[in-house]
Design a protein around this ligand. Structure first.
Ligand code: FES
Length: 125
């Protein structure tokens, strides 16, 4: 039986949208020093929305901090896939960056003004 959300509705496994963080909540990355001691933030685009990242952060880390957990549909049953191993071994985090891909979001460094998109995986059935 599929898990249900707080309203009792069964989740749609093909819906990759996420609820954005509440207005003004900001990313959770510590609070010591300017910008949490992480350097000067920059932005990139992910499926039409602007995401903030910090120097040295991977695309996957920045998207996770922005509340994005599903990065692509699986090729077998189109269920959402996202960061799983976080070390480049599972390939669940594939994205397209500026039209090139697949790229593992857990390994690729976020860069200013890039366009990160869902990586379309060919269906297996
Ligand atoms: S999360 Fe496993 S390869 Fe990226």
């Amino acid at each position: 039986m599929p898990a249900r959300d707080q309203r009792g509705a069964a989740p749609d496994p093909t819906d990759l949208r996420v609820t954005p963080p509440a207005e003004g909540s900001g990313p959770v990355r510590g609070d010591d020093g300017p910008h949490g001691g992480r350097g000067t933030p920059f932005t990139f685009r992910h499926d039409g929305r602007t995401v903030t990242a910090y120097p040295g952060e991977t695309i996957g880390a920045a998207l996770l901090a922005a509340g994005v957990r599903a990065l692509r549909p699986s090729g077998f049953d189109a269920r959402p896939r996202g960061l799983f191993c976080g070390i480049g071994a599972c390939f669940d985090c594939l994205v397209t960056v500026d039209g090139d891909g697949p790229v593992r979001a857990c390994l690729a460094a976020a860069a200013p003004d890039t366009e990160v998109e869902v990586h379309d995986v060919p269906r297996q059935r």
